[in-house]
Design a protein around this ligand. Structure first.
Ligand SMILES: NC(=O)c1ccc[n+]([C@@H]2O[C@H](COP(=O)([O-])OP(=O)(O)OC[C@H]3O[C@@H](n4cnc5c(N)ncnc54)[C@H](OP(=O)(O)O)[C@@H]3O)[C@@H](O)[C@H]2O)c1
Length: 252
């Protein structure tokens, strides 16, 4: 699945699934803009990408929820490469809250990052993606049954499903494709950002894997391969789809 000369923006590329995707895309020859906030981790990913194909990615060290940062990412990309072929909306986080918490902080933070940012990145990238008949992939959770505490996360996940299916009505006539890749539980920094201590991580994954049909915690590389397949030209009519890669976690 050759991506030589294709220009891709990968958000959330400093960690987990986004980092694995950036490295895999670089190995296939893509020219990249990688986006994250953690400088050391983003630069480490950039080094691997450069070693893979000789091209140093544009590193956008930004908080995407801050005014004008999405604009900056797209502007830098087009200034550098003069075009854009692929947008991977992968930046995201999980946060716990309850309807009984008398605060909107978690809800607003999750909407800002997990819903508003992919919508705005899509808007900003569209003029460029129209020219290249490009592709957008949204990364968000498969429709697993969630535990109490994840209500806003699940509401936003379902909104992203609707976004992916409905945006295609506007995008398809322009030759732009949009699909979703929806992983199950994947070994990334998502849990540590939920304040699970490092020494409890293996215990947490072991407990989770016990309730999964094939007992598998996914590795980010496998999700990245699914994203690569999705943007490849192998199936040109793959459009508006929600592709689950979750080890059968959602069968019933
Ligand atoms: N891991 C799972 O089990 C799982 C399952 C289903 C879906 N997902 C989804 O997959 C996506 C990727 O998550 P992951 O598991 O790879 O998690 P991760 O390892 O925690 O990576 C999250 C990425 O998002 C970036 N990010 C977070 N807040 C940001 C902000 N305000 N501005 C810019 N970048 C920001 C992080 O950058 P910094 O660290 O540099 O801030 C990091 O690169 C998320 O949307 C997540 O909901 C994950």
């Amino acid at each position: 699945m050759d991506l030589t000369g294709r220009v891709a923006i990968v958000t959330g590329a400093s960690s987990g699934i986004g980092a694995a995707t950036a490295k895999l895309f670089a190995a296939q020859g893509a020219l990249l803009t990688i986006v994250g906030r953690n400088e050391a981790r983003l630069l480490a990913v950039a080094d691997v990408c450069e070693q893979a194909n000789g091209n140093k990615p544009v590193c956008a060290l930004v908080d995407l929820t801050v005014e004008n940062s999405c604009e900056e990412v797209v502007r830098k990309t087009v200034e550098t490469y003069n075009k854009l072929d692929i947008l991977i909306n992968c930046a995201g986080k999980a946060m716990l809250t309850s309807l009984f918490d008398n605060s909107m902080i978690v809800f607003d933070e999750l909407v800002a990052l997990n819903l508003r940012v992919p919508y705005q990145m899509t808007q900003l990238c569209l003029p460029h993606l129209k020219k290249t008949k490009g592709h957008i992939v949204n990364v968000f959770a498969s429709p697993m049954r969630m535990r109490p505490g994840f209500l806003p996360y699940v509401m936003i996940r379902d909104a992203m499903e609707r976004f992916t299916r409905s945006a295609v009505l506007e995008l398809a006539p322009e030759g732009v494709r949009m699909n979703a890749v929806r992983p199950g539980i994947t070994r990334t920094n998502l849990l540590s950002n939920l304040n699970v201590d490092d020494d409890m991580m293996d215990h947490a994954y072991a407990a989770i894997s016990k309730i999964l049909p094939n007992s598998a915690i996914l590795e980010p590389d496998e999700v990245a391969k699914t994203i690569l397949f999705t943007v490849s030209d192998i199936c040109p009519n793959l459009n508006g789809s929600n592709i689950q890669i979750d080890g059968a976690a959602t069968v019933s």
